[in-house]
Design a protein around this ligand. Structure first.
Ligand code: 13P
Ligand code: SF4
Length: 337
């Protein structure tokens, strides 16, 4: 006979993860009621929940099976034997999971989980770039639609873009890098390349990372001696010039784990800082973050409604587009080794 978990056991589990430190008085009980029901329904459907680190801690710690950056979540999805994948992240991440798992059902709990980078470019735009630069390989950030991936030669994430571009430059003089102009400029600088000459860029930006201010970083450095400043590679180059470390969220988390700064300033989406505080309660964090409205359109309540009625939230990718996009994603897994 299997014993159902009780609400008090679920509250104790969430407390052991430190969630009570992030919840208002009394709120932990309602969070526990939701996570208990979500985890029960998830098991019943043989589903897994992927949670990007920009989600809120109640989702990440309460119901997430796979937690991480875009690369880790894509990799986890291609290895799972679950029948269904529920993606608590944004739509392009779920599309990637679907492309890698055509026979599984993939869902996103919110219709508003888009991304300004993904929305900045279409397949038609990429065809235009290829016509302008014949024979130049198209290296595409994972924050794009399946249609854009299908027009690309290789996908990259923030975790592997520099490494993969180095390998591609070993065989090509010039590369088209889309759609994040800031990440493109930051990579060009790291690789000694010149935008417009040997790296063709698009004009996409992330609405969260494009507006952080280098002046504020200077102000914080004055206030907190020994401060380590970390920023996501989607930030503009003037901002990156003022930080100690640039990378994706996975690299940023590893940097925090492996260093002992007196304080950390995390220049990225707020969910990352919330998770870092829970994972490293002994470290000192200073908030300089913005909320991503797309990521934050997902809540525990939306995950529960999805589990009760999943079909309207199913992610679909036409088979011909999925097959072409998969080639570019597989190339990433190969070159990221
Ligand atoms: P990461 O892959 O670094 O987590 O980035 C995803 C993203 O959307 C950043 O804004
Ligand atoms: Fe897109 Fe920026 Fe939100 Fe990441 S943080 S999902 S890049 S809008």
């Amino acid at each position: 006979m299997t014993m159902e978990k009780t609400l008090s056991e679920e509250i104790a589990r969430l407390m052991s993860l430190g969630l009570h430190r992030r919840c208002a008085e009394g709120a932990l009980n309602s969070v526990a009621a939701l996570t208990l029901e979500i985890n029960r329904l998830k098991k019943e459907r043989n589903a897994v929940i992927c949670a990007h680190v920009y989600q809120t801690p109640d989702i990440i710690l309460g119901v997430g099976d796979f937690v991480g950056d875009s690369y880790k979540l894509a990799d986890d999805c291609r290895k799972t034997d679950a029948d269904e994948i529920i993606f608590c992240g944004v739509h392009f991440m779920a599309e990637t999971a679907k492309i890698l798992n055509p026979s599984k059902k993939v869902y996103v709990p919110s219709e508003r989980a888009g991304c300004s980078l993904s929305e900045s470019i279409t397949g038609e735009d990429v065809r235009g770039l290829k016509a302008q630069h014949p024979g130049v390989p198209v290296v595409t950030y994972i924050n794009t639609s399946a249609e854009v991936k299908a027009e690309s030669d290789c996908i990259v994430t923030s975790a592997n873009a520099e490494k993969i571009l180095k390998k591609i430059y070993a065989e090509h003089e010039k590369v088209i890098f889309i759609p994040d102009q800031f990440m493109g400029r930051n990579l060009a600088k790291a690789l000694g390349r010149t935008p417009g000459k040997d790296i063709v860029l698009w004009n996409g930006t992330c609405i969260v990372h494009e507006r952080f201010s280098p002046e504020l970083i200077r102000m914080y450095r004055g206030k907190y001696p020994g401060l380590a400043v970390l920023a996501h590679a989607e930030c503009p180059e003037e901002l990156i010039a003022a930080v100690d470390f640039m990378g994706g969220t996975g690299d940023m988390m590893r940097y925090v784990e492996s260093t002992n700064a007196s304080a950390y300033l995390l220049v990225t989406e707020c969910g990352f800082g919330e998770l870092a505080k829970l994972r490293f309660p002994e470290k000192n964090f200073i908030a300089m973050c913005r909320l991503c409205p797309y990521m934050k359109s997902i809540t525990l309540n939306s995950v529960l409604s999805l589990l009760k009625d999943p079909s309207p939230k199913e992610v679909a990718v036409p088979a011909d587009i999925a097959a072409r996009a998969k080639k570019a994603i597989d190339r990433m897994f190969e070159l990221a080794q």
